[in-house]
Unconditional design. Structure first.
Length: 361
């Protein structure tokens, strides 16, 4: 998939889905679907896998732009940084940092991701100028898809209907996708969720963040269309786990990754090789385990860690990338009287997690 960090070197013309797309959840996928129709291959998906692959070390891919005559590129257009981060000056944790977003969009068949630099100049554009200067002149847009709640232009003055009217002046059709709603409005009480949960039922990034903050992995999975996952590199930790019989892999995550409720989770783990001289992911495979997110109060920890214990694993994971799918929230983090009490609880956590995971997978 082609990733452009500016509007200077793009694959054009384009069929564009507009939005922030943090999480690439089921609602986002419905917005993206209309632009894929003009760029499908024989297998029914887009050509994202046939284009240069995204590299985090070279995010803009700006060397030679590949082109294909008479082809309209399915393109997701989003903003970097997140508009809320720009206006508040505060970093915003994301459900899908850039690397994850790229992979999710590629899997849907999207061919191009355009990261519009969100700055004062862009934020000052009127709705009319945004359509003319960005969508028409830069992206050579042939069709557009947005969600019903989409807003754009200076002070969010333009809405989806305005976009439809303005784009019609350039003969560009706009698909307005209705807001998607969750058919189950309340969390599963077996997930140890507080009773103050309130939600209007819409599928949104905010509702997913709220579900994750409450530890409601069942609902988060349902809204995302997949389990929420943490992707990180295994780094050296204090190695306390191995001294008590539960060795753990300590994960280093992207700084802007949104963390769910602190506590213990049943997880499924995909092990990726990072170097050519080690076994590829197909051989290392998929493992089940438990994960703790927190400060480790029993040993007076002073900073948050993400530690994963894999069942039936004895290999070296240092330097490898783990993709950890959060299946079930088991319990909040707690402080135990001593290490023995901690060991007893971890064993119980493992037993419960195995029962849940064996039923699920």
């Amino acid at each position: 998939m082609w990733v452009a960090a500016s509007t200077e070197q793009l694959l054009t013309p384009t069929a564009v889905a507009l939005g922030k797309f943090d999480g690439v959840h089921l609602g986002h996928q419905r917005v993206i679907q209309p632009i894929l129709h003009s760029a499908v291959s024989e297998n029914g998906r887009g050509n994202g896998d046939k284009l240069p692959k995204y590299s985090p070390d070279h995010p803009s891919q700006l060397l030679t732009v590949p082109s294909s005559p008479n082809h309209t590129y399915s393109t997701v257009v989003t903003f970097d940084p997140h508009p809320q981060e720009f206006f508040t000056g505060q970093p915003r944790a994301l459900l899908t940092p850039l690397d994850e977003k790229v992979e999710q969009l590629r899997s849907l068949g999207v061919e191009q991701l355009v990261l519009l630099p969100f700055d004062r100049e862009l934020s000052a554009l009127s709705p009319e100028d945004f359509v003319k200067k960005i969508l028409v002149q830069k992206l050579q847009c042939q069709k557009i898809s947005v969600g019903e709640d989409f807003c754009f232009g200076k002070k969010r003055m333009g809405n989806a209907k305005d976009l439809q009217i303005i784009a019609a002046q350039y003969n560009i059709p706009v698909t307005i996708v209705p807001i998607q709603t969750d058919t189950v409005n309340f969390p599963n009480n077996t997930d140890n969720i507080p009773n103050d949960f309130t939600e209007d039922g819409r599928i949104s990034t905010s509702s997913i963040r709220q579900s994750l903050e409450l530890g409601d992995m069942t609902r988060a999975t349902r809204l995302l269309g997949r389990p929420y996952s943490l992707t990180g590199v295994v780094i050296t930790g204090q190695k306390l786990g191995r001294t008590i019989g539960f060795p753990t892999a300590n994960l280093q995550l992207p700084k802007d990754k949104f963390l769910p409720r602190l506590g213990v989770y049943a997880v499924r783990v995909f092990i990726h090789s990072e170097t050519p001289d080690t076994a590829p992911v197909e051989k290392l495979g998929v493992k089940l385990g438990v994960m703790n997110i927190g400060n480790r109060p029993t040993i007076n920890g002073t900073y948050s860690t993400i530690e994963v214990h894999l069942f039936d694993w004895s290999g070296d994971l240092y330097g490898k990338t783990l993709v950890v799918e959060l299946v079930k929230f088991l319990r909040p983090e707690q402080k135990f009287a001593d290490i023995e009490a901690l060991k007893t609880q971890i064993q119980l956590d493992c037993t419960i997690a195995k029962e849940i995971l064996n039923r699920t997978y």
